[in-house]
Design a protein. Structure first.
Length: 397
């Protein structure tokens, strides 16, 4: 590995370590999620400011693995027993309404495939960011927590599927066939995950939990990378594979010993949040085309517009569909959390720029609005519910 790449990795991890300390210093005034600071510091050390980090092959691969683990852990958080029935049904109808509104807004803003990509970005919900916030507030095992999980699940999974069709061009039938094949493979994986372990596998997994072998963790990482690569090979967005891997691993560990499950989950979170995921967010800042955004007055002016549109597209349908189900304060908080969108916004806009259907300045404007949504909406949700976010919430997000 070149010395230059090693130096850049040192800078990336210096940013990753610095971010939580900055969050801790800021918590007296505002609860800022660590991911926002990581992206902002990524812009600072990137080629457009200090030019200490660039998007080299090694950095890009590590960032892709960080993205895979982010979506894997988001999929792992889903507990179908809690969201099935009315929570999932209302969340599904809410996202369908968001999709219609978002695509209409996107087509009015830009038109063509560009408008479709913008519209899809507006329909996302950051499941991996709002679930830790709700968990730390003590509301996870409540009707409100179940609704947040359902809304976040659909708001994460729906756009991943939809983006495959938007970017399929003239081959929607091919996309349907590929998705059907992927779904069949995922269902087969889910069936296998629910089967009792072979005695030898169970013994090896249990006996290596405290050794250097760590078979359980290695198997989970294998599933993540395999599903990520499988989706890529089939021509789908790789995040769909990582998200599905999280669901499969959750199903497998769900039937295991609870202590073992907790240990493995903690170690997977350590790999993700302690190593790979910060790289993804720092590199997202490095890649953000701030120069194009700053030089385009119209694009810069659309940042607050996109922030409002996140609330209109995701928040209002969610609020309307949960009237009478939750107390007013909880319903307003749910709508605000539903409009919190950053990771998938970064992913969708990156795909849009890479495929040439989205201009860099518009992508940067959407990403900037996503950063603001993470700053503003969870704080508003906490205030509506009468809960002040703790430092842990900001750090875990």
């Amino acid at each position: 590995m070149a010395q230059e790449t090693l130096t850049m990795l040192v800078v990336v991890f210096l940013v990753a370590v610095t971010a939580p300390f900055m969050v801790d210093r800021l918590r007296a005034w505002v609860a800022v999620p660590s991911v926002v600071v990581e992206i902002l510091l990524g812009i600072l050390v990137g080629p457009q400011v200090l030019d200490l980090v660039s998007d080299t092959d090694v950095i890009a691969v590590l960032a892709d693995l960080g993205l895979a683990f982010l979506m894997f852990l988001a999929g792992y958080e889903i507990e179908f027993a809690r969201v099935r029935g009315d929570p999932l049904r209302r969340a599904g109808w809410g996202w369908t309404a968001s999709l219609v509104i978002g695509l209409a807004v996107g087509l009015m803003v830009a038109g063509g495939t560009t408008g479709l990509v913008i519209g899809l970005a507006l329909t996302t919900t950051a499941l991996g960011m709002i679930v830790p916030i709700v968990r730390d507030s003590g509301a996870a095992a409540t009707p409100f927590g179940d609704r947040v999980l359902a809304v976040g699940t659909v708001g994460e999974f729906g756009p991943i599927i939809a983006i495959a069709f938007v970017l399929s061009g003239e081959r929607p039938r091919h996309t349907i066939a590929v998705l059907a094949l992927f779904a069949a493979l995922a269902l087969a994986g889910a069936w296998l995950a629910r089967q009792p372990r072979h005695p030898r596998l169970g013994r090896v997994v249990t006996t290596t939990l405290g050794t250097s072998a760590q078979v359980a963790v290695r198997l989970c990482v294998l599933v993540v990378i395999t599903m990520f690569a499988l989706a890529e090979w089939l021509g789908l967005d790789p995040v769909l594979g990582a998200f599905t891997a999280g669901i499969l691993v959750h199903l497998s560990l769900e039937s295991s010993d609870p202590v073992e499950t907790e240990i493995v989950h903690g170690r997977l979170e350590g790999i993700g949040y302690g190593f790979l995921i910060p790289i993804f967010f720092v590199v997202s800042g490095v890649r953000l085309d701030v120069e194009s955004l700053a030089s385009d007055v119209w694009a810069l002016a659309t940042v607050p517009l996109f922030l409002v549109l996140f609330l209109v597209v995701r928040g209002i349908p969610t609020f309307l569909l949960h009237r009478g189900v939750l107390a007013l304060r909880d319903n307003v908080a749910l709508a605000a959390l539903a409009a919190t969108a950053l990771p998938l916004v970064v992913i969708i806009t990156t795909v849009g720029v890479d495929t040439g259907v989205l201009e860099p300045e518009r992508a940067a404007a959407l990403a900037a609005a996503g950063i603001l949504s993470v700053l503003v909406f969870p704080i508003c949700a906490a205030r509506f519910r009468g809960h002040t976010p703790s430092p842990t919430q900001a750090e875990q997000a």
